[in-house]
Design a protein around this ligand. Structure first.
Ligand code: PLP
Length: 513
């Protein structure tokens, strides 16, 4: 009897997760309506509610894994409310923290569409259209920044992964003795980065097995750019000491201040010593599309590999990173394996692209769609306009800050502006004042971030704690950036009143001891 019931059920199966057209349509329209309202309301909402982890946890309640299901209508309403009322919105016109973009609405729809078709972009056979769209996206990203579109490349989760892929390709190509893992008589492989290089290099050095000691941190000049003379000296010294220099990393737009290393000089050094030249353009590479891009930045065209984050300056929703490698064979040599259970080339007339051979991932989602659709929606001209406007706004912010006596603008590169609050009539005690200003600006940043009025992050430049605004946000207007100085000054004055007398009285006591 039981068996018959089950057979019948299986014949007319209704799986708990399944949803037919009519319900999907109703639920889907409901969600889309709410998202559309959210986009319109963003400027009126706080950037963030600044709630504590505990407060957020309480909203979810202590409940364990549910034994039974809940109707999807209810769940989607609840999830929408939880997220809309308790999130930080990097799509808010006044979000300028770290380097996270406003996400293009077409990218939001693209992710929905991609998930609906759900191609596995690890192999062409499992994702014919998606694979070719990704390949076209890679060629277009290369074209956007003036890199040869004959390059190889793929989309990955973000800049960390894109840089890691470039790093591994470099090691395979130029330090294969390390890549192959033979340990007899091998020379210690060394990598050259500037002191301003993003922390992905720490992970890459450790996870590749080379170790932290393999990294040579080259000094930077007063503009946070790598000193190419120091670079060459270090390479020569390391070679003389029996090391195997194999990779130089230049940055196009550093995370802290947006500085770009002298990429053409670094490329020349790489050619001279036959080293792999990787450019970390996770943030800044798309600025190469601008007609007035600096020669330093355009030097990225000479790289053997480039990392670039569509989820930064191409305004894709998270996640989308991209790595380009001049000669595609290097990716295949680094990552391609052919287990017996794959039959991905069988019977195809021309050989397909199977992306599992190009990187670390096996099953892969369709990240390319959101990037591809945005590139098509606005074209090169649209990106030129948006990136140019972001930079112009960052420059306008720098100029605005300079008009306030209590604010000090410090750096301005690409779309990153750094500055700090410096109250008037500080005591004349330079070492103590320097310490105080760092404490004051750190406290100011913490208050500002929680306030929801605007969101910036921080940078430390030459020992000074600075506020840092990075505009990768097509929703930001001049009115938004011009509002920032007064928000900062209002908070700065309050904190100064609370902190100053206490700080300097303790300082006096310390000095008296
Ligand atoms: C953001 C950034 C990274 C890391 O990228 P993720 O996408 O956050 O992994 C690496 N390098 C630079 C220069 C960056 O700005």
């Amino acid at each position: 009897m039981k068996f018959l019931d089950q057979t019948l059920n299986l014949r007319y199966r209704e799986a708990p997760l399944d949803m037919r057209g009519a319900s999907f349509r109703t639920l889907g329209y409901g969600v889309i309506d709410k998202i559309a309202d959210l986009f319109d309301e963003l400027p009126q909402r706080p950037v963030t509610t600044g709630e504590s982890p505990q407060a957020i946890r309480q909203l979810l309640g202590p409940g364990g894994l549910p034994e039974r299901g809940t109707p999807a209508t209810h769940l989607l309403e609840e999830a929408t409310e939880l997220l809309f009322d308790h999130s930080l919105f990097n799509g808010h016109p006044r979000f300028w923290g770290y380097i996270t973009a406003s996400a293009a609405p077409i990218g939001v729809l693209a992710d929905l569409l991609a998930a609906a078709v759900n191609p596995n972009v690890g192999a062409f056979m499992l994702s014919p259209m998606a694979t070719e769209i990704e390949a076209q996206t890679i060629r277009w990203i290369a074209d956007l920044i003036g890199y040869p579109s004959s390059c190889g490349g793929l989309l990955v989760s973000g800049g960390n992964m894109a840089n890691f892929v470039g790093f591994l390709a470099a090691r395979k190509a130029r330090a294969s003795e390390q890549a192959d893992g033979s340990s007899v008589g091998i020379r210690p492989a060394t990598v050259y980065v500037s002191q301003e290089t993003h922390t992905w290099i720490d992970k890459a050095a450790e996870l590749s097995g080379l170790g932290a000691d393999a990294v040579r941190w080259i000094t930077v000049n007063a503009h946070q750019q790598m000193d190419p003379v120091a670079l060459e000296k270090q390479i020569i010294a390391d070679r003389a000491a029996g090391c195997l220099p194999f990779l130089v990393v230049g940055t196009a737009g550093t995370t802290s201040t947006g500085a770009t290393d002298p990429l053409p000089e670094m490329a020349a050094i790489c050619r001279k010593y036959a080293l792999w030249f990787h450019v970390d353009g996770a943030y800044g590479a798309p600025a190469a599309v601008l007609p007035d891009a600096s020669p330093d930045l355009l030097g990225l065209r000479e790289a053997d590999s480039i990392a670039l984050d569509p989820h930064k300056w191409l305004y894709s929703p998270l996640e989308a990173g991209c790595v380009l490698v001049r000669d595609p064979r290097h990716l295949v040599e680094t990552f391609s394996h052919h287990p017996t259970y794959y039959n991905f080339n069988g019977g195809m007339e021309d050989s397909p692209i199977n992306y599992h051979e190009f990187g670390l991932q096996n099953s892969r989602g369709f990240r390319a769609l959101k990037v591809w659709l945005a590139l098509r929606q606005v074209g090169r001209a649209g990106y030129r306009e948006m990136i140019g406007d972001d930079i112009a706004l960052a420059q306008a912010l720098y100029a605005a800050i300079n008009t306030y006596p209590e604010l000090q603008a410090v750096t301005q590169n690409l779309s990153i502006t750094t500055f700090r609050f410096v109250p008037l009539d500080l005591p004349h005690d330079p070492p103590a004042v320097a310490v105080y200003l760092n404490k004051l600006n750190e406290a100011l940043l913490n208050c500002l971030q929680k306030s929801g009025e605007a969101f910036v992050s921080n940078a430390v430049v030459e020992g000074n704690y600075l506020l840092r605004s990075c505009i990768v946000n097509f929703r930001t207007t001049l009115k938004d950036v011009e509002a920032l100085p007064e928000i900062v000054i209002k908070l700065g004055r309050q904190l100064d009143t609370e902190m100053r007398s206490q700080f300097f009285s303790i300082q006096n006591v310390l000095e008296a001891v």
